[in-house]
Design a protein around this ligand. Structure first.
Ligand code: PEP
Ligand code: MG
Length: 550
């Protein structure tokens, strides 16, 4: 095992714990694999495996509660389907091994479901998951998905998708390490929101043996197996050094206000946002309610979930459903597309299923009705003025007065003035804007350099959005970088929204500089020809940063 592994630190802090891996794909039992002759015993093995999977799903459902429980209990029912058991028994009687018989029995059910229309077809993913679990039991390989653990652990995986982490217990994870993923991948966003140290794009991490204790340094990107105690103590002291003391609303030292808002992914993030002094919510990602579902949640359920966030703040920007590409949803699965990031996703998906958008907007309007909150809705992945107009009209029809658009596609930044005629405000999603400006998939770790929000071309696009004639915030991960937050302010950005743990450092960095220093830093950064050059030139105009240890 190497002495150290290194990757890209995307969520600062030190985490120490045993490795628990998310298992990769469960192998397909070879076609034609046969059992040793006792069909009765082999059938029992197959049925026992299905029952073990059903019982495990039920138990996990009990632990998770709420909506997740309904999904897991429905999956347990599928695993206990008598037709499936009978089919598996027949295949074993024909000579197949238990694993192959179970695999093929699911295959028959899968075909039936896949041909039965959109809604049912979406359940194919559930069925595949149960199949993989049963085959894993029979082959004696690890179960797919997030591991169960009684003690806190470091989660290691090729990469993490929203559905992998929906059931994650935040109290149990002390670090994330992934082979893939960039600074704006789901893993990075989730880790920052949870305040858990994380390293992505870390080659070799999935070869770490289960149970090996590792030290994860989410700032330097280093992962140290079996760390000596002195090293753990030293790393912890170093990481605890900086203290960010500014309090109150976000502003530069000369009083130029820049509201500091939180990115939240559901009611579970509200306490951290409040504890870190968020003045409101600048990005409420609503996908959490729709994950792991085969049908959309009803309006009443949505209303209750939205209300839990709307009741906690005076100002909340809710992003309507952003399905597709890095945020796949079973019930809104797009057709097979060669390039999902360039396909039907975000607002495009909402236009294909307007009833889902309308129900969400109605639920939001109802949730805000008697609360003292300024509710704003914004659409993801808006490309042009016509799309912005469609969204604004849908908002107004549902009784939501303030309709905005995310600027995540270069075309939208280039023609911000056209969009301004239709939308009340902009919010720049620098994660996707970088992805599309540089044609660099945000989920591919090797392209992290092109995803760097300090890239001067990205800063130019942000400047265009800021000059578009509407209030323009930033809610991509760039807003949580203290130095870049000053630069964005200098570019004319009017609010910054970030993972709650990033708020104190950004507030302190802004309070240490004047608006003019921020403007000079922004101009200096834009004269550079590389991300590193932009950072260096900006920092030269922001002397307060190094004094703060930032
Ligand atoms: C973005 O793209 O910058 C953004 C904030 O949205 P998400 O990360 O959810 O795609
Ligand atoms: Mg986005």
């Amino acid at each position: 095992m190497p002495d150290r592994l290194s990757g890209r630190g995307v969520s600062p802090g030190i985490g120490v714990g045993p490795v628990r891996a998310i298992a990769g794909a469960v192998p397909e039992p070879p076609a034609g694999q046969r059992h040793q002759g006792d069909a009765g015993a082999e059938t029992r093995r197959a049925l026992d495996a299905l029952e073990a999977v059903a019982a495990d799903l039920e138990e996990r459902g009990e632990k998770a509660g709420g909506e997740a429980k309904d999904v897991l209990v429905a999956q347990a029912l599928m695993a206990r389907d008598p037709g499936l058991a009978e089919l598996a028994g027949q295949k074993v009687a024909g000579g197949s091994s238990a694993a192959r018989a179970v695999y093929e029995a699911f295959g028959v059910f899968r075909e039936l479901l896949a041909g039965a229309g959109d809604y049912i077809a979406a359940r194919v993913a559930d069925l595949d998951d149960i199949r993989d679990r049963a085959v894993a039991v029979l082959l004696g390989v690890p179960m797919p998905g997030v591991p169960d653990s009684a003690e806190p652990f470091v989660l290691v995986a090729p990469d993490l998708a929203p559905a992998d982490t929906a059931l994650l217990d935040p109290a149990k994870v002390v670090g994330f390490v992934t082979e893939e993923g960039g600074p704006t991948s789901h893993t990075a966003i989730l880790a920052r929101a949870m305040g858990v140290p994380a390293v992505v794009a870390c080659p070799g991490c999935t070869a770490l043996a289960e149970g090996t204790v590792v030290l994860v340094d989410g700032a330097s990107g280093e992962v140290r197996p079996d760390p000596p105690e002195e090293e753990v103590a030293r790393a912890r002291t170093e990481s605890a050094k900086s203290a960010f003391t500014a309090t109150g609303p976000g502003a530069t030292s000369d009083g130029h206000a820049v509201p500091l808002l939180a990115n939240v992914g559901g009611p579970q993030d509200v306490p951290a946002a409040l504890a870190n002094g968020a003045e409101g919510v600048g990005l409420f990602r609503t996908e959490f309610l729709f994950l792991d579902r085969t049908t959309p949640p009803g309006e009443d359920e949505q209303e209750a979930a939205y209300r839990a966030v709307l009741a906690a703040f005076p100002y909340v920007v809710v992003r309507t459903l952003d399905a597709g590409a890095d945020k796949p949803l079973a019930f809104l699965a797009a057709a097979e597309e060669p390039n999902p990031a360039l396909g039907e996703r975000g607002l495009r998906m909402s236009r294909r299923h307007p009833e889902v958008l309308q129900a969400q907007l109605r639920a939001l309007a109802r949730a805000a009705r008697d609360l003292p909150v300024e509710l704003r809705a914004m659409a993801p992945m808006v490309a042009d003025a016509e799309e912005a107009a469609f969204f604004a009209e849908a908002c107004h029809a549902a009784g939501i007065a303030h309709a905005g658009v995310m600027i995540e596609i270069p075309a939208a930044a280039l023609r911000a003035r056209d969009l301004a005629a239709e939308a009340d405000f902009f919010s720049v999603g620098t994660n996707d804007l970088a992805q599309y400006a540089f044609a660099a998939d945000r989920q591919v770790g090797a392209l992290g350099g092109l995803q760097d929000p300090w890239q001067p071309a990205l800063l130019d696009l942000v400047a265009l959005a800021a000059e578009g004639g509407r209030p323009c915030g930033v809610c991509g991960e760039a807003a949580g970088d203290p130095a870049l937050a000053c630069v964005l302010t200098g570019l004319g950005i009017t609010s910054l929204s970030m993972s709650p743990p990033a708020l104190p450092a950004v507030r302190t960095a802004l309070a240490a500089h004047t608006a003019d220093q921020c403007r000079r830093a922004a101009s200096a950064a834009r004269t550079a020809r590389s991300a590193a050059g932009a950072r260096e030139r900006a920092r030269a105009e922001l002397p307060g940063l190094s004094a703060l240890g930032l």
